[in-house]
Ligand binder design. Structure first.
Ligand code: B1M
Length: 208
């Protein structure tokens, strides 16, 4: 039985080399890749997300933990594919048209991945049509829109309308510093969250 606490501690501290070594050792011991993912990496990311929400850790700590998680999941990926392990769902995530801010979007992606989603990163300056095309192509259950400028928020409305007009069943979630629940209600999006960890919880609730 591997010590998942040691792996979780290394991941939360962002120790990439240690995470790689521990994941490799667990695989060599015959531990199932999904257990390493669920009981080690995803649990650790969940704890980081909760602490981030409570302002106990900040963006740099989340970024280093996410980098360590990525190092671990890269080693697990071939084993998970072989075992036929599926992501909980696919999410398309991007920053809306005219907006180049991507730090918050990237944090949301990390938290979604930490919650078991396969995430298609649409990047920044993403038009409503592009969101529709990606959501269709990847059969996305969630489309996440981020905006940091009051001037780009209207593009969220455009994206929601385009997704509805295309007849897609994807749930649209929105966030970013100027975005509010009232704005979410006004444009008919499916959910708003104020931070990255809550965005992952919201997405999980919406696909349940
Ligand atoms: Co810009 N910028 N910026 N900027 N920038 C702001 C946003 C601003 C508030 C600064 C200010 O004036 N005080 C202001 C916006 C004013 C407004 O509209 N109300 C502003 C401006 C005006 C501009 C330019 C127009 C400046 C200019 O050129 N005159 C220009 C616009 C460029 C463009 O986008 N077209 C611009 C450019 C830039 C840089 C390129 C220099 C750089 C971006 C670098 C990058 O992202 N790669 C930048 C930065 C860094 C900022 C500040 C300083 C920091 C933003 C950030 O990354 N925060 C910002 C001022 C500030 O906030 N102090 C500012 C950290 C990040 C983790 O937070 O993105 O809010 P945030 O994400 C949070 C939540 O909002 C939430 O989760 C995250 C964490 O938990 N969240 C979601 C985000 N997306 C979500 C989606 C969800 C759910 C939650 O569901 C899908």
């Amino acid at each position: 039985m591997p010590d998942f606490d040691v792996l979780k501690t290394a991941m939360k501290a962002g120790k990439v080399a240690d995470v790689r070594k521990l994941v490799e050792a667990a695989l060599a011991e015959g531990v199932v890749a999904q257990d390493i993912l669920n009981k080690g990496l995803l649990e650790a990311m969940g704890e980081v997300g909760q602490r981030f929400k409570k302002n106990e850790v900040f963006v740099p700590e989340v970024l280093v933990a996410a980098r360590a998680m990525k190092a671990g999941t890269e080693l697990l990926k071939p084993h998970l594919i072989k075992a036929g392990v599926q992501a909980v769902a696919t999410a398309v995530m991007g920053t809306v048209k005219g907006d180049l801010h991507d730090i918050g979007k990237n944090l949301v992606i990390m938290m979604l991945e930490g919650a078991g989603f396969a995430v298609v990163d649409a990047g920044v300056d993403v038009s409503p049509d592009r969101f529709v095309a990606l959501a269709k192509e990847h059969n996305a259950k969630i489309v996440g829109l981020s905006a940091l400028l009051t001037t780009t928020m209207p593009s969220m409305k455009g994206a929601v309308e385009a997704i509805r007009a295309a007849g897609l069943s994807s749930k649209v979630i929105i966030g970013g510093a100027p975005v509010t629940q009232a704005y979410c209600d006004a444009i008919g999006a499916d959910g708003y969250s104020a931070d990255a960890a809550s965005a992952a919880e919201l997405a999980t609730r919406l696909i349940a």
